[in-house]
Design a protein around this ligand. Structure first.
Ligand SMILES: NC(=O)c1ccc[n+]([C@@H]2O[C@H](COP(=O)([O-])OP(=O)(O)OC[C@H]3O[C@@H](n4cnc5c(N)ncnc54)[C@H](OP(=O)(O)O)[C@@H]3O)[C@@H](O)[C@H]2O)c1
Length: 290
């Protein structure tokens, strides 16, 4: 099996390609640029993969408030050509989406299921939800995996970055941190997500599936856990979303149930705390080895 992986050099792509195995063909945006749809058939016709896995995305949640068309181009319109190509050639298309398709239900306090109505509150969330529709409408043989709060070891060095690394960097500079305490989700380790995603892909799973580590926390609680498990001294205090005043609105609660993956035979991923603990060890090993 040949797997063409778009966005292969992002956090998730870097963990997914190795578990897909020898058939994985990592593609960066010099090969397929979702902002330049002509590059899609140019590259994929030549590779002729069995499966196309799209890990590429416009992920700048705040910037999308001022540049919505860039977000829409990469997260939605660019997928039209991709999904049409897959349909025409009879290929299986796997796409990743986000918990940020939720948020409009401000009173929500129980995990979202795949059949719950989405309602995004940001341009990024709208663009990702539009992308889900574009994939679903154009390519019947598809899998959409919605996930949440990603961090992966690649983000711990080089050009990367993620919430865990930002917390550790700022704490290392001795600066006090204020972290939002009224947004609840499930931070997810890309290594865990990649492993189960690869299984789902190899099973030719269909439709929409939520996949995250287990449990939930606020970003403030997550920051506290990073410092506790990483044994790092830090001054961190809670702040409300209103006080923090980020350009984009975010869901107050976007925890997702993962029962569909379990129904397909997968045990729930480990808890977010256990995954974080493992990440904190692995990032050290990676940074020591360069
Ligand atoms: N990060 C999160 O917290 C989070 C949460 C929920 C869902 N997700 C979803 O999970 C998936 C993977 O996220 P991630 O954290 O691995 O993202 P990431 O690290 O930002 O990687 C995204 C990749 O997409 C590539 N890309 C950007 N624009 C492109 C374009 N026009 N054409 C082709 N490639 C392009 C980037 O390449 P360059 O390096 O060249 O820009 C990068 O390699 C995405 O669908 C994302 O929406 C992420």
């Amino acid at each position: 099996m040949k797997y063409a992986v778009l966005g292969a050099f992002g956090q998730l792509g870097r963990d997914l390609c190795p578990v897909l195995g020898e058939g994985a063909i990592p593609l960066d945006r010099t090969k397929v640029d979702l902002g330049i749809p002509e590059t899609i058939p140019q590259c994929l016709d030549e590779i002729n993969p069995d499966v196309v896995v799209n890990c590429a995305a416009y992920n700048y949640v705040d910037k999308a408030e001022t540049e919505p068309s860039d977000a829409m181009m990469i997260n939605a319109w660019g997928l039209k050509k991709l999904s049409q190509w897959c349909k025409t050639k009879g290929k299986y298309l796997v796409h990743f989406s986000t918990d940020y398709v939720f948020g409009m239900d401000r009173l929500r306090k129980s995990p979202y299921r795949e059949n719950d109505l989405p309602g995004p509150v940001s341009n990024y969330g709208i663009s990702k939800l539009a992308g889900e529709f574009v994939v679903g409408a154009n390519c019947p043989n598809h899998l959409i995996i919605r996930t949440c709060g990603l961090y992966g070891v690649w983000g711990s060095g080089g050009k990367g970055g993620n919430f865990v690394e930002t917390m550790l960097r700022v704490a290392g500079q001795g600066k006090p941190l204020k972290v939002v305490s009224d947004q609840f989700c499930t931070p997810t380790y890309t290594k865990d997500l990649a492993l189960v995603s690869a299984f789902l892909i190899k099973k030719n799973a269909q439709g929409l599936i939520h996949l995250t580590n287990q449990g939930s926390c606020s970003w403030y609680e997550f920051a506290r856990a990073i410092f506790e498990l990483g044994q790092v001294e830090a001054s961190v205090s809670p702040i409300s979303s209103v006080e923090y005043n980020a350009p984009a609105l975010r869901p107050g609660y976007s925890v997702m149930e993962t029962w569909r993956a379990e129904e397909l035979g997968f045990s729930p991923l480990r808890s977010w705390r256990n995954a974080l603990s493992d990440y904190l060890v692995e990032r050290k090993i990676k940074n020591r080895n360069g």
